[in-house]
Design a protein around this ligand. Sequence first.
Ligand code: KG4
Ligand code: ZN
Length: 374
Amino acid sequence: MPDTYILGIESSCDETAAAVVRSGEKLMSNVVASQIATHQPYGGVVPELASREHLRAIVPVVRKALTDADQTYQSVDAIAVTQGPGLAGSLLVGISYAKALAFALDKPLLAVNHLEGHIHAVLLEERQKGNRELNFPVLALVVSGGHTHLYLAEQRGDARDDAAGEAFDKVSKLLGLGYPGGPLIDRLSSHGDPGAVKFSLSQIKHPDRNLRGKKEQADGRPRVDFSYSGIKTAVLRYVELHAMKNGIESRRQALSEIPKPSLENCLANCDQQTLDLVASFQRAMVEDLVAKTLTAARSYDVATLFVTGGVAANAELRRRFEEAAGQEGMPVYFPSRALSTDNAAMIAAAAYAKFLTRDFAALDFSAEAGMTLR
Ligand code: KG4
Ligand code: ZN
C-alpha cells in the first residue's frame, strides 16, 4: 500500500484547522487558528462571528498546512472534512471549501464525524509512537466543550445536559474569569485547596436528572449518565451564600480592561476563597468523570481506556485517570495536549479508514449540526 496523504479540514466550533496526515499514522502538519480573541469579550462562542472568522481564516490555514507538510493541492490524495456535530454555519464553511477543493482537484472527499475524530487523535499518536499493542475492547471517554460521551462498540454513556467542558466555561464566566474557562481553571486550581468546598453528588446532577433511583439499564449493567448543569448552580449558590458577587464584578471589570489576560493577571485578581472554590469545582468534575468512566470500564470488561477531547488536556484529570486506571491495571491513553482540543489532524486520521474502504462522500452531502456517533 503506497503512502496516502490526506488533507483534513475542521471548522465545527471556534477553531479553523487544517492538517496533513500520512496513512493515518504520521502527522505531517497541524495548523490551528484560534478565535479566542474574537469571542473573549462575549464570554463564549458567538456563532455568527465564528462563521465569519472561519471564512477569513480557511484559505491561509489550509495553504499553511500544505506548505508545512511539503505538499501541494495537487499532491494530496484526498480531502477530509468535519461533517458534524457542531455549529451549522461554522461547519458549512469547512464543508463548502472542502467540496470546492475536491471538485476542482478531482480528489475523493471524505466526511468525518468530529467525535470519531477525537478518538482517532489517540490512535494517530499511538501509531506514530510505534505502539501496535492496543488491546480491545477500548472504552473511550470523549470529554469536550459540547460533549461528554463514553464509546464502546455499540454502547454509549450520554451527557444529559451540560457537557463537562461547558461546565468549566460557565463556571469560569460566572466567577468573572473569562473564556475559555477550561485551561484557566486548570492552571488556577493548583493555587487553591480542592478540599475547601464539598460538592455532593446530588449537586453535580441536575435535580430532574436523578433518574429516580434507576441505576441499571435493561441489560443489568450500571447506567452511566454525565450531567453537569447542577454543579454550575451549586457554584452559584456558594457565591451568593458567601457574598462573593462584588468581588466577581470587580474582577470581571479589571480583566476586561486587559487585552489578553495572563494567568498572573487572573491570579492577581483572585482571593484565596475564589481559588479554593475553583480548585474544589475542578476536583468534583474530575472525580465524577473518573468514577463513572471506571464503573463503565469494569462492567464492560474493557482492556484499554482512551480519554480525549478538549477537557482531556486538564492536568488533574490526566493524573487522576492514570492513578485510577493504574490501580485496575488498565492502560489509559490521552492525546498530546495539542491534539486534545479541536484540530484537523484527528479528522485526517479518522478519514484514512474511510479512504481504505472507499467510503467517499458525495459532493452534495451537508452539515449535520446534531450528528451523533454510533
Ligand atoms: O474538543 P474541544 O476543543 O471543542 C469541542 O469539541 O467542544 O473542547 C473545548 C472545551 C472547552 O469547553 C474548554 O474549556 C475545555 O475543552 N478545555 C479544558 C482544558 N482545555 C480545554 N477543560 C479543562 N481543562 C483544560 N486544560
Ligand atoms: Zn471537539
